[in-house]
Structure formats: C-alpha cells, structure tokens
Design a protein around this ligand. Structure first.
Ligand code: GAP
Length: 520
C-alpha cells in the first residue's frame, strides 16, 4: 500500500484550496472522463468530448436506462426511434420553438459581454425572475443599478435570443433547417408511422436517445449547461379517456417519492413532502398515474446510480415556468455543491404537439378507435445524460475515509471499468498469467483494464481514483494453486477465489447477485 499518499499535496490540502466542483472537474479532465472538444484549436465554449472513461460511463448509463425504461416495459410497451438531428424550418415553426424557444439577454455596453439577464439578476440580487418579460427584467436591472460583473460597464436593455442553431442544407443557399433542440419533435412527427408499422394500440410509448443542440448564451458549470448534449426521452401516448388508468402503476404505487409542491414554494419552504406515489395521486398533487409512474421509476433509477434518495426531489414547476398547454411539469432536481440542478424534466404535454403538427402540416395524426378519431394525450419524461454523469461523479466522490487518495464509489453497473487485473510484481510468469486472465475477462464481455506499473498500492489507488469496483491480483499462489485475490474497492477487504471461477464471480458481483462479504 505504499506510494499512494505520496502525491505532492495531501487530499486535505487540495480540498482547502479548490471547490468540490473544481476538484472533480480537474480529476475528470486528468483521468479521461471529459475533454474540451477541438481543444488543439481552442475549441468552442460549452462543447465537450467524452474521453475513454466518460464514453464508457455514458454507454453504461444509456444501457441501464434502456433496460429500465424501455426494454423491460411490457404494458404499456415502449418502441424506439433513431430520428434525424436536422429538422426543417416548418417543423420547428409548428412546434413553437422558432417563436418562443428563447432566453433573455443583456449586453455590456463597455466590454460587449453577452449575459443571461435572468441569471445576472438571480446571481446579483438572489431574486427569482423566471417567466418575466424583457421589460420587467430591464426595469429590475435599472432600479437596482446592476452593471457588468466583469468590467462594471453599463448594461443594455434586455432582449430575447433564440436558442436554436441554424444550418443550411444543400448547395446554393440551401434549405433553412435547425439542429433539433429536443429529441421529442421527431417522435411527434413519426408518431403515426410508428403506430402503423408496429400495429400499436394505445397506450404505448416511443423513446429516443440522441443529441440535441441549444445555443446557450452562457454555457457554464462544466457538463451542466452545454450546447451539444444527449437526451433520453419518452413520449407516452394515451387515450384521453384512459389517462386515469396506467396498467402497471400498481407495480410502483408504494414507492416513496419526494415532491416540493407549489404550495410549499409559495411559502418559501425548501424541504419537500415525502409520500408514496399513490398518496400524491390521491391528493391531486400529481395529475395522473402516468406521471406518478415515471416519478416513482426515476426515484428508483437514480438511487441505483449512486445518487442518495435525500439528495434529490421533484419540483412542481410554478405556473409562470410552465407552458400554457401543460397539465403539470415536475423537474427532478439534484442537490450539488454548485446548487440544485434539474436533470430530468417530466411534462404532461396534453395533445398540444400532435394537434399543432396536424394543424400546420395538414396531415392527420389521429388514431381511429371504434370509428372515433382520437388525438392521444402525452406524458413525457426527458432525461439529460451529461448532467446525470456530473451528478453521479459528485455524489460518488469520496475523500474522507483515510485511505489517502480520493476515489469514486460508482455502483458497479455504471463504473466505466469493472475490474483491474494486476500481477503482484512485473515478473514472469506473473505478468503472462495476469495478461491471459485479463484477455479471458475481456473476451467474456467484461470491461477490465490491465496494469503492471508501480507498486500494488499505487495501482489500487489508480483504480480507486476512477471507481473500479474490483482489483484482481495474480501472485505466486496463482502459479502454485491457480487462485487469484479479489480486492473490494469499498471495504478494501480481500478474498481468494479459484481462477477458473473468476468470470462467474465477477459477473455476479457486478450484477448485484452476490455481495462481496459472502465470499470472505
Ligand atoms: N423535451 C423536453 C425537454 O427538452 P428540458 O427540460 O428542456 O425538456 C430535458 O430538457 C433535459 O435535458 C434536462 O433536464 C437536462 O437534463 C437536459 N438539458 C437541457 N438543456 C441542457 C443543456 N444546455 N446542457 C445539458 N443538459 C441539458
């Protein structure tokens, strides 16, 4: 175990110098979770590449989400779509994004910096200004004599800025199009095709995982507000007369969830109410069992990713934050060192999107049921991948258990690397056996790494630092008795198992079918 605590500065010293966010962000850069995109040319603010570990973690997160919210859903079923990221002008005009997908901006008249007017007011005065008009925001800026936070210059009036990124498709001027600002619109436009091709009956869902683009005015806080990000969205289509009956709600009805209600927010309360999903429904705090179903499932899902139950809740959005057509929006907000951040938006979108696309395209998107034309209602959970990754990094980050280095306590299913294989020393035959063991694990589909550089202690520390749940050491007993030692990241306990059983044991540990303690 020598060498691990020999970093130039102790964990405590580093901690006192940098915020938690900065420490995690620096580690994420250094260990290959995330890099600025096109870094060698200076990059573009708010656009990042996920490095080898970040990419693995994203794939694990997507896989876990697909299994839980799509593949294992029986009633209602959820179909998948892989739609285009480039959408025509007309589609986004119909969806309302061209006219109202905007944020308020203010410019510094001296240094020309452009800022989000609402963020400037919230940061400088602590005032909550969501939903206010540009004129109201300008008045607040003038009355409080707000100036540019960088150069103290005077500020312009507030104006609005559309967040969509435009593209020209084809030669000679081309057709005006936009990069999609949400994955949902493909789903609405393809709704009828999916329904017909799958011979789907209401209720059913359509899910899509993919990139969305928003020209954020001031991208900030690492992966929290970026310009190109990944969404995982489901549009659940429901017969309007059946919105009160979810065929599988009984499976989650007793799940405890936490909601900060509108009444609580009006009273300035911060501690959410806790009740079961069915109790929230009975008290009419939730609009329908479809919304309750998703809030319960999200509560289960995010805990399984390592975000503690008491660190997140749903906030019922206030009327001024909610589109006029909405039957209720509930954001899943996670407490972080940089404040509370929304990572999932849950919206009861009624039949607004389908009706609008019908009107503007002239195409019939209704479904005929018993001779009646039905336009389904929609409940939408919309998940952000990159924000979730940052939340997992922060909530799984550990530095206080005296091991002398920081580490991530990722749940095995989300950990980018599941096991680290290491020879006790870099000598034959240990290295040869260790490499063959590594190859066997890889060929069996396990995400593992091999490391033979430095002391065993240093290698454990490097593994812990990126959250590898298990280390497998090949030592002289392996040569004599064909056994290996598994070290558990969380408890730092070790156990010896037969090398021939290693694949099966690791799979069981990673899937949670056995506890490490039972191997001791
Ligand atoms: N279709 C509904 C929709 O897009 P949203 O609340 O605007 O709703 C859903 O976005 C989720 O997408 C958010 O909860 C967040 O996780 C993610 N998201 C939105 N804008 C983002 C940004 N600029 N950077 C990173 N993630 C973002």
């Amino acid at each position: 175990m020598s060498g691990e605590s020999k970093s130039k500065k102790s964990v405590a010293e580093q901690r006192s110098e940098k915020s938690l966010f900065d420490r995690i962000w620096t580690l994420a850069y250094h260990r290959g979770f995330v890099f600025p995109s096109a870094e060698i040319y200076g990059g573009i603010a708010g656009i990042y590449d996920l490095g080898p570990l970040g990419a693995k973690m994203k794939n694990n997160l997507i896989q876990a989400w697909r299994e839980f919210f799509v593949l294992k859903e029986v009633n209602p079923p959820v179909y998948e779509l892989d739609g285009s990221t480039i959408l025509p002008y007309e589609a986004l005009k119909a969806s309302g994004h061209l006219d109202s997908f905007t944020d308020p901006t203010v410019n510094c008249l001296k240094c020309k910096k452009v800022m989000r007017a609402d963020h400037l007011i919230e940061d400088s005065l602590g005032l909550y200004v969501e939903g206010m008009t540009p004129e109201q925001l300008t008045r607040i800026i003038r009355e409080n004599r707000l100036v540019c936070p960088e150069c103290k210059g005077d500020l312009s009036d507030v104006s609005v800025f559309n967040l969509m990124l435009g593209v020209k498709v084809g030669p000679a001027g081309g057709q005006t199009a936009f990069l999609r600002p949400e994955t949902a619109q493909d789903i609405f436009m393809d709704f009828k095709r999916v329904q017909q091709s799958m011979r789907a009956k209401l209720p059913f869902g359509i899910a899509q995982i993919g990139k969305s683009y928003r020209n954020e005015i001031s991208p900030r806080q690492g992966l929290i507000r970026i310009r190109e990000f990944t969404q995982m969205e489901i549009e659940m289509f429901i017969h309007p007369k059946e919105i009160g009956n979810h065929p599988s709600f009984y499976m989650v009805k007793d799940t405890k969830i936490r909601i900060l209600t509108r009444e609580q927010q009006k009273r300035g309360e911060k501690e959410p109410l806790e009740m079961t999903a069915s109790e929230f429904l009975e008290r009419n705090i939730l609009p329908n069992p479809y919304m309750a179903y998703y809030l319960a499932k999200e509560t289960i899902f995010y805990q399984s990713l390592g975000i503690p139950y008491e660190k997140f809740h749903f906030r019922h959005m206030m009327p001024e934050e909610t589109p006029f057509y909405s039957g209720g929006n509930f954001d899943l907000e996670v407490e972080l060192s940089i404040g509370r951040k929304e990572i999932v938006g849950n919206a009861y979108r009624t039949n607004y999107d389908l009706s609008n696309h019908m009107k503007k395209s002239g195409k019939d998107l209704s479904i005929s049921i018993d001779g009646e034309k039905i336009i389904p209602e929609v409940v939408e959970p919309s998940f952000g991948v990159e924000r979730a990754i940052y939340c997992i990094l922060e909530h799984c980050f550990r530095e206080d258990d005296g091991r002398g280095w920081t580490w991530f306590q990722f749940p095995p299913k989300i950990a980018p690397v599941k096991a680290l294989v290491l020879p006790l020393v870099r000598k034959e035959p240990l290295t040869d056996i260790a490499f063959k063991t590594y190859e066997t694990l890889k060929k069996n589909g396990l995400e593992v790494e091999y490391d033979d550089r430095g002391s065993v202690g240093k290698r454990y520390a490097r593994g812990d630092e990126i959250g590898i749940p298990y280390c497998v050491t090949i030592d002289y007993d392996t040569v004599k008795a064909n056994t290996v030692t598994i070290r558990d990241r969380d408890s730092r306990k070790q156990t010896v198992v037969k090398r021939d059983d290693l694949v099966e044991i690791l799979f069981k540990l990673i899937c949670g079918n056995i506890e490490f303690n039972t191997l001791l």
